[in-house]
Ligand binder design. Structure first.
Ligand code: AMP
Length: 123
């Protein structure tokens, strides 16, 4: 699947639409999900043009993967949910329920999250 430069996270990275920025490093950006499913619901995205988790983890340079992973951990620690627990979700493709075709990791926590596959309507 070719990368679509018109996707909403590409627009955020280009500064064309705003985001609620949480943290950033040289290769990744973290911002609050616009439709949170938990008290903490942050999206971490690579700054590079990667469609999905498969694309990212099979083609990104090791340094970009390391920086991305470090930001995921930092976001959870900064939110204070490393002690209480949290969930990481990366939806890939149609059956994975991926809506935005730019790889992203959901970092979710702040309450007991319940069964692994349920989706609520809010925090
Ligand atoms: P996924 O279903 O894994 O592709 O998740 C896409 C996520 O992006 C959803 O949780 C949306 O709420 C979130 N989202 C979509 N547009 C925005 C936006 N402009 N700012 C922040 N989060 C967004």
């Amino acid at each position: 699947m070719a990368y679509d430069d018109g996707n909403v996270f590409a627009k955020i990275l280009r500064g064309e639409i705003p985001c609620a920025r949480v943290a950033e490093n040289g290769h990744a950006l973290a911002f609050n999900d616009i439709n949170p499913q938990a008290p903490v619901h942050v999206l971490v995205i690579p700054k590079g043009r990667y469609v999905s988790s498969d694309d990212f983890y099979t083609t990104a340079p090791a340094g970009e993967i390391a920086a991305f992973s470090a930001l995921v951990a930092q976001v959870a620690r900064d939110a204070g949910i490393d002690a209480t627990g949290y969930r990481l979700i990366a939806n890939h493709g149609a059956e994975g329920g991926q809506e935005v075709p730019h790889f992203h990791m959901h970092v979710m926590g702040g309450r007991p999250l319940g069964p692994m596959l349920s989706r609520k309507t809010g925090p």
